[in-house]
Write a protein that binds this ligand. Sequence first.
Ligand SMILES: [Ca+2]
Length: 113
Amino acid sequence: MVCLVATHTLKAAGTQQSSSVAGQLGDMDSSGTVDHSDIDPFVLGLVDPNTYVDQYGLDLNAVGDMDASGKMDNDDINPFVGLLVPAQAVPEPVTLSLLALGACLPLLRKKRT
Ligand SMILES: [Ca+2]
């Protein structure tokens, strides 16, 4: 099991103080859960980190660094998607190939008759 807990920093509006609170890695909107509502903030963090920090007040690298490289970047996309979509729900390439082959079988049978 992967540990999803990270520490991020929240800055109180109008103050110079900051405090660290426990947060969940991937919880980009700080809602307390990792779900599809975190997708837009994740994308915002990738394309416009300054605006993300302004809007959410979170340490982007602490909540978005999915591969623990030390910073949030494009390499964090796949781990983030993996967090949103359980591995059991994603068909493997072999499964997809079998499904595609199965879809073509009626066409092949039709040509033979
Ligand atoms: Ca969330």
